[in-house]
Design a protein around this ligand. Structure first.
Ligand code: ATP
Length: 435
């Protein structure tokens, strides 16, 4: 169950500094977003956990950071120039534009007006490379990060001396000139993907496909998303992308309904074969165990960083009543929380307290984000930290000066522990468990 509306999440994100509308002072630009001081921490933590699970915790995956701009032949080979398009209709009355696959009836959903015949609209952003007028050529901003991996297949295989099966992981920006936007960051024109291309021997693809579908579902659950808010949906034949043999979406129960969080596709040998054909390069794999040469199949778990961030926020949002007052808190997994510890001096006018609080802050910062806040009453400071999901608040009070102890408050239970100030670092290391 999800008990929050997207507008509440968007409001919290703006107020507390997670996500802002891009170039807002100029009225913004549709469906482009900036991540603020807390948003960048959360997003980095999501990417770091993905990288850890994909690269550091395994021994069969390499990393890559390919460029956004690519030789435009790439997009001819991949099929994006030809078919990365949505079928659109315009309303003859209100002039609004709609994606035909998302329409329910035959009339305009906004005003009931008559709709035009469908037209195809390519989603790639085009720009020019070159500095001499008349001698430029068109290039595209990549609409997916995957192709950077395929065109580097040979480089990575040779330099890393890998044998199948092995994968290449990459996170990075992708751009799509989306038509149907709205729903906050869910469908953005500039967004970030985290993609793995896992190369396998043909015939072993089904086995690896099942493995990655389960593995990816498990990853979201391991980082705190409640199982009841996740489900798998297999694509029917007519929905499959031109390159895919099978595809499962991991869907999350967003406030607007079940929607795609990540797709896991069996891309077969389509991409490597296409690149071999168009580039003229030999992209076969030589299997020295059997003496066979073949084009590997590819299993691709492809997730959106922004959609994951949104899902983690939505799932973590909690409201409860405490002593007749509303308490809002984000029950984010500690590893994802943007700020891990807030150090709060109870009396900001007492130099000994301030000094002790500074010492505690200086002693624990460095490995994770710690903040020091003395700008409001303790009740308000707790509420602020609850709302941004800070797992622990450390409070220094007058008694701390005599007994050397501080109060550690837990975000979820609101329980308070009195511990030795000298033990705060060890306490956090143990409780935060950032390994
Ligand atoms: P949708 O059907 O929602 O447009 P898609 O099936 O086109 O998505 P894919 O091409 O499979 O998406 O992209 C893989 C992942 O990239 C998606 O699961 C999603 O998390 C993310 N993604 C795709 N498009 C966007 C977007 N416009 N904004 C944010 N994330 C996106």
């Amino acid at each position: 169950m999800i008990n929050v509306e997207l507008k509440d999440i968007a409001n919290l994100c703006k107020r507390r500094g997670f996500i802002f509308q891009d170039s807002e002072i100029y009225g913004g630009i549709g469906s482009v977003w900036d991540y603020g001081p807390l948003g960048v921490e959360l997003k980095n933590n999501v990417k770091a956990r993905w990288w850890k699970s994909m690269v550091y915790d395994r021994d069969d995956v390499e990393g890559l950071d390919a460029a956004i701009l690519m030789n435009p032949e790439t997009w001819k080979a991949s099929g994006h120039v030809e078919s990365f398009a949505d079928l659109l209709v315009d309303c003859k009355g209100c002039k609004k534009r709609f994606r035909i696959d998302l329409l329910k009836g035959k009339e305009c959903p906004e005003c009931g007006g008559e709709l035009t015949e469908p037209r195809s609209f390519n989603l790639m952003f085009k720009t020019q490379v070159g500095s001499v007028e008349g001698q430029t050529h068109d290039v595209y901003l990549r609409p997916e990060t995957a192709q950077g991996i395929f065109v580097n297949f040979e480089n990575i295989l040779t330099s890393s001396r890998r044998k199948l099966p092995f994968g290449v992981a990459q996170t990075g920006k992708a751009f799509r000139n989306e038509i149907t936007t709205g729903n906050f960051t869910f469908r953005s024109r500039e967004f970030e993907q985290m993609e793995l291309e896992f190369f396998v021997k043909p015939g072993e693809d089904e086995k690896w496909y099942d493995y990655w579908v389960n593995e990816r579902l498990r990853w979201y659950i391991s980082l705190g998303i409640r199982e009841e808010n996740l489900r798998l949906r297999e694509h029917q034949q007519h929905e499959l992308a031109h390159y895919a043999k099978r595809c499962h979406d991991i869907e999350f129960l967003f406030p607007m309904g079940w929607s795609e969080l990540e797709g896991i596709a069996n891309r077969t040998d389509y991409d490597l074969k296409q690149h071999a054909k168009i580039s003229g390069r030999d992209l076969h794999y030589f299997d020295d165990a059997t003496g066979q040469r073949y084009t590997p199949y590819v299993i691709e778990p492809s997730g959106g960083v922004d959609r994951a961030v949104l899902a983690f926020l939505v799932d973590a949002y909690r409201v409860e009543t405490v002593r007749e007052r509303k308490r809002v808190y984000l029950s984010l997994d500690k590893r994802l929380a943007p700020i891990k510890v807030a150090v709060l001096p109870l009396l900001r006018n007492k130099p000994e307290i301030v000094e002790m609080a500074h010492r505690i802050r200086d002693g624990i910062r460095g490995d994770y984000r710690v903040v020091y806040d003395d700008t409001a009453s303790i009740g308000r400071l707790y509420r602020r930290q609850d709302e941004i999901g800070t797992p622990y608040c450390v409070t220094v009070d007058v008694d701390s000066l005599s007994d050397g102890k501080v109060t550690v408050r837990d975000r979820d239970t609101m329980e308070q522990d009195r511990i030795e100030a000298a033990r705060v670092k060890d306490f956090m290391t143990e409780k935060l468990d950032l390994s």
